[in-house]
Design a protein around this ligand. Structure first.
Ligand SMILES: Nc1ncnc2c1ncn2[C@@H]1O[C@H](COP(=O)(O)OP(=O)(O)OP(=O)(O)O)[C@@H](O)[C@H]1O
Ligand SMILES: N[C@@H](CCO)C(=O)O
Length: 316
């Protein structure tokens, strides 16, 4: 369902001629994905991914290209965009902005094992370490300001208890984060769920889908990852996955005192960030296609657990 723009053989072959990647063998639309059109393309030389951008702010695409270039240059497992014969990555095809990527190996883990959690923690720690020196800038579109400005849109769909829960939480974050010492900032992925990683066995083949990438608190990114990778189905933290991921991360980038202090609340704020974004998809801005939206309740459950149980001790 992720082929919003159909392409024919002539369009794809003509497109590939702009690059030094060989000539077209086959191409097929990719069914997963919800926002962009994605094709797997094979040439006589390599496997590639062609993405056409269907929505979003197209003037932000250079930020994503620069970030992926930068991370790939630093040997992070990300798909560095292929540049054409003139050195340009960002293209146009069928009237849409288009990028060509190497196809990375592996598939997304639904239930990551401890070696996979460790591999992801290590890569994220390395990524955050070097991302602090990335010079591009894009404000975090899903930070506390966004929560404050947007949550009113869903309150009318919630029970009185959930309205109070959401409102009280946002008040708490405001009080705490606005008075906290500043947190280390850098380029962040912004949505590093399991389905945005590819694993070949225990080896991390790649981190993909950087289109929520932005400049923000590194801790925000880490909390998103822990809530997705280390939550059990009842929302509570799974100590083994939590420790495997964080031990590897902290070996690459230790947290500051201020980050350690903010950690329990950051886990709550990023849980609420997804509760809210999923509620917006369900009630306010449903997508034009028939894919089943992600369940907001899952992140309400995680939020309630984090409030009741707090964070686990950081390993080491
Ligand atoms: N470089 C790559 N290597 C291998 N597979 C890829 C690559 N890029 C994308 N894919 C595959 O294409 C799918 C869709 O890509 P992507 O996640 O970028 O699309 P999207 O429409 O933004 O989806 P989402 O719903 O995750 O936001 C991925 O789930 C993955 O299977
Ligand atoms: N990772 C998001 C969807 C893509 O932005 C979610 O689970 O709600």
């Amino acid at each position: 369902m992720a082929v919003f723009t159909p392409l024919n053989d002539a369009q794809v072959s003509g497109f590939l001629e702009r690059f030094d990647v060989g000539s077209l063998d086959t191409f097929e639309g990719v069914a997963s994905g919800t926002e962009n059109t994605t094709y797997f393309v094979t040439t006589d030389r390599q496997s590639l991914v062609l993405t056409l951008f269907e929505q979003g702010e197209h003037d932000e695409l250079p930020f994503f290209v620069d970030l992926l270039d930068y991370l790939a240059e630093h040997r992070l497992p990300v798909p560095g965009p292929v540049h054409d014969r003139q050195g340009i990555a960002l293209q146009s095809l069928a009237g849409k902005p288009a990028l060509l990527f190497p196809r990375l190996p592996g598939k997304s883990p639904k239930q990551p094992n401890l070696a996979q959690c460790e591999a992801l923690g290590d890569a994220l720690g390395r990524m955050h370490f070097i991302a602090q020196r990335f010079e591009g800038h894009r404000p975090n579109p899903r930070d506390l300001h966004w929560l404050l400005a947007t949550h009113h849109q869903v309150l009318g769909y919630l029970s009185p208890e959930d309205q109070a829960l959401m409102g009280d939480e946002i008040d708490t974050y405001q009080g705490a984060f606005e008075n906290a010492d500043s947190l280390p900032q850098g380029a962040i992925h912004g949505d590093l769920f399991r389905d945005n990683t590819l694993f070949d066995g225990d080896r991390l083949g790649g981190i993909i889908d950087f289109y929520n990438g932005c400049t923000g608190d590194l801790l925000f990114d880490l909390a998103i990852v822990i809530n997705d990778w280390a939550s059990d189905t009842d929302g509570s933290l799974n100590r083994e996955r939590h420790d495997a991921l964080l031990r590897a991360y902290l070996a690459r980038r230790p947290l500051t005192a201020s980050e350690r202090q903010c950690w329990p609340l950051m886990l709550r704020m990023t849980a609420l960030r997804y509760w809210l974004s999923r509620l917006l998809v369900v009630y306010v801005d449903p997508p034009a296609h028939e894919l089943t939206p992600h369940d907001p309740e899952q992140f309400r459950t995680i939020l309630v657990r984090r409030i009741a149980e707090g964070a686990l001790p950081l390993p080491g």
